[in-house]
Design a protein around this ligand. Structure first.
Ligand code: C5P
Length: 238
């Protein structure tokens, strides 16, 4: 667990196909009890206006657009994302050191810069997929290599599976921010997540923020599920 994190640890993934659906759902959430994430699907249809509306409602917002391009383009995109009021943004670590450093420099001088996070290896990629792209290291070795590169390039942290969190916490130190999706309550459906971890186990393993989508967005009583996850987190932190 990083020593520098405060506030709600749960980031609710607003994986909706329209601004209207996302806003109706967000109405049921409380910015004091969670943060929110807008990804490529929702941003592609709803754009900056939705981001600004959610930020205007008081939410800390993770703009999950996973930038990966030439350094100048990524730097400009990061600056634009910061201008929308995002609390957290991300880039692909495989874009390389120069790209990540350019992203970091683009945020220098901002009064409240967003947390700048790197994606190491998408959890949808297995060893064979990586081999086909010319990457012959075991996935967990590549993840650690990219996390170390991200840290050395000035990133605030990485997105990783909760199973990788202990290894990356050890590799990258106590202040490196670990953001983990694939969270499920012990008695919940797995959906399409293969390697799931409970909130308590994720926090115990060193995660700072937990990205949770369907267990909350598809719940009959989303706030009740959120409260239960927050209670589990509080127990793990105690
Ligand atoms: O609904 P669920 O809890 O599975 O949602 C998880 C969220 O985290 C989704 O927005 C998904 O895109 C994101 N994510 C993930 N696995 C990764 C990276 C991001 O599930 N490796």
């Amino acid at each position: 667990m990083s020593s520098t994190q405060h506030g709600p640890r749960v980031i609710v993934a607003l994986d909706y196909a329209s601004a209207a659906e996302a806003l109706v759902f967000a109405q049921r959430l409380d910015p004091a009890r969670c943060r929110v994430k807008v990804g490529k699907e929702l941003f592609t249809v709803a754009g900056p206006a939705l981001v600004e509306q959610l930020v205007g409602r008081g939410f800390d917002l993770f703009l999950d657009l996973k930038y990966h391009d030439i350094p100048n383009t990524v730097a400009s995109a990061c600056k634009s994302a910061a201008g929308l009021g995002a609390w957290m943004i991300n880039v692909h670590a495989s874009g390389g050191r120069t790209m990540m450093q350019a992203a970091r420099e683009a945020l220098a001088g901002l009064v409240r810069p967003p947390k700048l996070i790197a994606v190491t290896v998408l959890t949808s990629l297995g060893a064979e997929d990586l081999r086909e792209t010319g990457q012959n290291e075991a996935p967990e070795v590549l993840v650690e290599r990219l996390a170390r590169l991200a840290a050395a390039s000035g990133m605030d942290g990485v997105v990783c599976s909760a199973q990788e969190a202990p290894r990356l916490r050890a590799a990258c130190g106590p202040d490196f921010c670990l953001v983990t999706p694939g969270i499920r309550l012990a008695d919940a459906a797995q959906d399409d997540q293969k390697r799931i971890v409970t909130p308590q186990a994720a926090i115990a393993g060193g995660a700072d923020y937990l990205v949770v989508g369907r267990p909350i967005t598809r719940a009959a009583d989303p706030l009740a599920v959120l409260d239960r996850i927050n209670a589990d987190i509080a127990a793990a932190l105690a």
